[in-house]
Design a protein around this ligand. Structure first.
Ligand SMILES: Cc1cc2nc3c(=O)[nH]c(=O)nc-3n(C[C@H](O)[C@H](O)[C@H](O)COP(=O)(O)OP(=O)(O)OC[C@H]3O[C@@H](n4cnc5c(N)ncnc54)[C@H](O)[C@@H]3O)c2cc1C
Length: 250
C-alpha cells in the first residue's frame, strides 16, 4: 500500500471525550476508498519502534467508492494512549504519514432485505460513510436498522446525520441504546441497556438479513455469539473490532 501524508486541518469536539479530526490528503496517486474502509496513521512508540493506529474514514461518501481529498475521523481519547497524545497535540499544517485504505467492512454488492448496522462509540462512523449507498438500498426497498450503543446521549455520535435519513425514509430506523443515562425527554426508538439487549429481543432470518458489528471488542464478540445463536450464518455477520496493535518490544 503506497504511503501518503495527511495534513492536519482542524479538531472539533463531539463530546467531552471524542473529537472529529479533519485532514487534507497529500498523495501522489488519487486516494480512492470504499465506504467502510479505514486508514492507518503511522507513528513511533516512545522507544522509537514504528507502529500505527487505525481509524475508520468518517466522511459521508458521495458514492460507495470515490476519491477523497479530505479525510475525517472520529476519535475517542484514551488515557495514556500514544495516538491520543500525538493527535491531540497536532496543529494546523502538521503532517502525519498514513497508509490505506484498508478493510472489507463494506456493503456487499448483493442487496439484502434487512441490514442491521450495530455500533458502539466511534464504531458508528463506517455506517455514516455508507449513508448514500444505504439510501440507494432503501430506495430499492431494503430495511436498515442502525443500532447505536452509548453510555448517554452525548455519546450518540453523528446522531443528526442518521436522524435526517430516518426523517426521509420510513424503512430506516435509528435505535439508540443508552446504557448509563437516559435522556430527560426520550427520543424516537430510545432504548435502555446495551445493544446486545436489543439484539436479544429480535429474530433474524438467514435468507434475508445481514449484520455488521463495529467498535468495542466485547460488544462485537458478544453480539456475534448472539446473532450466531439466533441463526445468522457467520458469513452474514461482518465484524470490525477497534483495538490497537500489540506494543513492540526489543
Ligand atoms: C480497523 C480499526 C478501525 C478503528 N477505527 C477507530 C476510529 O474510527 N476511532 C477511534 O477512536 N478508534 C478507532 N480504532 C482504535 C484505534 O486504532 C486505537 O486503538 C485507539 O485510538 C487507541 O489508540 P491510542 O494510541 O490512543 O491508545 P493505546 O496506546 O493503543 O492504548 C493505551 C492504553 O489504553 C488501552 N485502550 C486502548 N483502547 C482503549 C479503549 N477504547 N478504551 C479503554 N482503554 C483502551 C490499551 O489497552 C492501553 O493499555 C480502530 C481500530 C481498528 C483496528
Amino acid at each position: 500500500m503506497t504511503p501518503f501524508s495527511l495534513i492536519f486541518k482542524e479538531q472539533i469536539p463531539l463530546n467531552d471525550h471524542s473529537v472529529v479530526i479533519r485532514f487534507q490528503v497529500d498523495s501522489k496517486a488519487p486516494f480512492v476508498a470504499i465506504a467502510g474502509q479505514f486508514v492507518r496513521l503511522h507513528m513511533q512508540q516512545d522507544d522509537g519502534f514504528d507502529t500505527f493506529r487505525s481509524y475508520s474514514i468518517a466522511n459521508i461518501f458521495p458514492s460507495e467508492k470515490c476519491e477523497l481529498t479530505e479525510i475525517e475521523i472520529a476519535m475517542t481519547w484514551v488515557k495514556g494512549g500514544l495516538a491520543t497524545r500525538i493527535l491531540s497535540e497536532m496543529q494546523p499544517g502538521d503532517r502525519l504519514e498514513a497508509s490505506g485504505p484498508y478493510g472489507r467492512f463494506c456493503l456487499l454488492p448483493d442487496h439484502h432485505q434487512r441490514y442491521f448496522l450495530i455500533a458502539t462509540g466511534t464504531g458508528v462512523t463506517p455506517y455514516r460513510a455508507m449513508l448514500n449507498e444505504l439510501k440507494n438500498r432503501l430506495d430499492a426497498g431494503s430495511e436498515v436498522y442502525v443500532v447505536m450503543g452509548a453510555q448517554d446521549a452525548p455519546g450518540l455520535l453523528y446522531e443528526e446525520d442518521f436522524r435526517a435519513v430516518e426523517k426521509a425514509y420510513e424503512n430506516f430506523h435509528y435505535i439508540p441504546c443508552l446504557s448509563r443515562r437516559q435522556r430527560d425527554e426520550a427520543a424516537l426508538n430510545d432504548r435502555m441497556g446495551y445493544v446486545q439487549k436489543f439484539l436479544a429481543e429480535q429474530s433474524f432470518d438467514a435468507d434475508s438479513d445481514i449484520a455488521y458489528l463495529c467498535g468495542n471488542p466485547d460488544m462485537v464478540d458478544e453480539s456475534f455469539a448472539l446473532l450466531k445463536d439466533k441463526g445468522l450464518p457467520i458469513t452474514l455477520i461482518k465484524r470490525e473490532k477497534y483495538v490497537s496493535p500489540p506494543v513492540k518490544k526489543k
